[in-house]
Write a protein that binds this ligand. Structure first.
Ligand code: GDP
Ligand code: IMO
Ligand code: MG
Length: 398
């Protein structure tokens, strides 16, 4: 059975924790989109481990695939592998020959562009690397080993008027080659490798990064990331046909958070927001920025369920809301006087319509059951996993 994991909100739903929890039953964990903008937290032997590029299953000895849909900073990847080795585990990974690289030039561009666009990106060079891919001036992993690498870097510099010196280009090419050579043994045509593995009955967990509302097509454009983070990203970002995705599980936090700019209808400001941020320890795993926080938004969850074909939900961080007298949940929006059950293309003018229920004190509380049943009724998906702490143990299967 091959299972897809996708975020249902604006990221940081706890995908890392759930992937780690489920990975036991899978042979392979495969990332299909994004790069080191992701920050997936796993608690391993009592320590918090943050993954940015490596699939979260590698700590459990699973084979990790970095798919062609990713954009990879090889130096960062090397450092992350070192971190895993220091924990006493040799990461087993395969890197797609067709994945694109993030160079230091893409990082510079990200910094420069975000000064103007003000999306509040993670400054990891993600947008510029995907832009280069689509402008057809990108550099793939396989291209590092070709003779014209300097020419490619020069083209990038010219198109973006970076005015890099000959020396800077030579240095970047040299470093890319050096790191590339060290990683060469892990480079693979992963689309064929993975399809063969599935055909010989190996099971795959597809690890989504970012989330549905950061998707380049379905997110709150332009405040999104530059890839397809929804289920279609698996098909194009790994070369896996839809028929090989057996089930889709959405990960949703019991409330909503967002890092960076963009619309957020249920956002909480002031003291209430502050309190929730502290209780949930809502600080970015990649940039350390405070996350914006707000109430659960079922308009978003309903949409995410439809566009991803989500059959099951893993609901995380229910412990963070525990002890609250009342819990507010957005059921629909009112957008320019019109009621909406699904988010329109622009949600800037949408006001949430809330339902309020009594809060819960512990995971057995019947009010938590009512909360879960409301999510199931409104999305049509089954809440299969409830997570009430960062560790693997703090998880219930329903
Ligand atoms: P991801 O990007 O979706 O993998 O999520 P992040 O790792 O960026 O953020 C989720 C944060 O919540 C991490 O610090 C996790 O350790 C933590 N976490 C995950 N599940 C739970 C939970 O059920 N309860 C609590 N209190 N923390 C959780
Ligand atoms: P995980 O996988 C939360 C946000 C950034 C910014 C926007 C674009 O941990 O859930 P980018 O650097 O991708 O060009 O930034 O997307 N963003 C995330 N927010 N979790 C993430 O990943 C994110 N990856 C990107 O904050 O608003
Ligand atoms: Mg994260």
């Amino acid at each position: 059975m091959n299972l897809a994991i996708v975020g249902m909100q604006f990221g940081d739903e706890g995908k890392g924790k759930i992937v780690d929890f489920l990975s036991e039953n899978f042979d392979i964990v495969a990332r299909f989109s994004g790069g080191s903008n992701a920050g997936h937290t796993v608690v391993y032997e009592g320590n918090e481990v943050k993954f940015h590029l490596l699939p979260s299953g590698v700590l459990r000895g699973k084979i990790g695939i970095l798919g062609n849909g990713m954009v990879i900073d090889l130096k960062k990847l090397q450092r992350e592998m070192e971190m895993v080795r220091e924990l006493g585990v040799e990461p087993k990974i395969l890197i797609s020959s067709r994945a694109h690289v993030v160079t230091s030039f893409h990082r510079i561009l990200d910094e420069m562009e975000d000064e103007i666009i003000k999306i509040g990106t993670t400054k990891q060079g993600i947008g510029p690397s995907y832009a280069a891919k689509h402008t057809r001036i990108g550099i793939r992993i396989a291209d590092i080993f070709q003779g014209d690498l300097e020419k490619k870097l020069k083209l990038l510099s010219e198109i973006h008027r970076l005015e890099l010196s000959e020396e800077e280009i030579k240095k970047e090419a040299r470093e890319l080659k050096e790191t590339g050579e060290k990683m060469k043994g892990m480079v693979e045509d992963t689309e064929i490798w993975l399809n063969n593995a599935i055909d010989s009955r190996k099971s795959v967990l597809f690890e989504g990064s970012q989330a549905s509302f950061l998707d380049i097509d379905f997110g709150t454009y332009p405040y999104v990331t530059s890839s397809n983070t929804t289920v279609g990203g698996i098909v194009t970002g790994l070369g896996i046909p839809p028929s090989k995705i057996d089930k889709v599980m959405g990960i949703a936090k019991a409330y909503t958070t967002r890092v960076g700019a963009g619309p957020f209808p249920t956002e909480l400001h002031g003291e209430d927001g502050e309190k929730l941020r502290e209780r949930g320890r809502e600080y970015g795993a990649t940039t350390g920025r405070p996350r914006r926080v707000g109430h659960l938004d079922l308009v978003l969850l309903r949409y995410a369920t439809v566009i991803n074909g989500i059959q099951e939900i893993a609901l995380t961080k229910v412990d963070v809301l525990s002890g609250m007298k009342r819990v507010k949940i957005a059921i629909k929006y009112e957008c320019d006087g019109e009621k909406k059950r699904f988010p329109p293309a622009n949600i800037n003018n949408c006001k949430p319509v809330y339902e309020e229920i009594d809060g819960w004190d512990n995971i057995e509380d019947k009010n938590l059951q009512r909360f879960i049943e409301l999510i199931e009724k409104e999305t049509g998906a089954k809440v299969k996993i409830v997570s009430y702490g960062a560790s693997r143990e703090d998880t219930i299967m329903r």
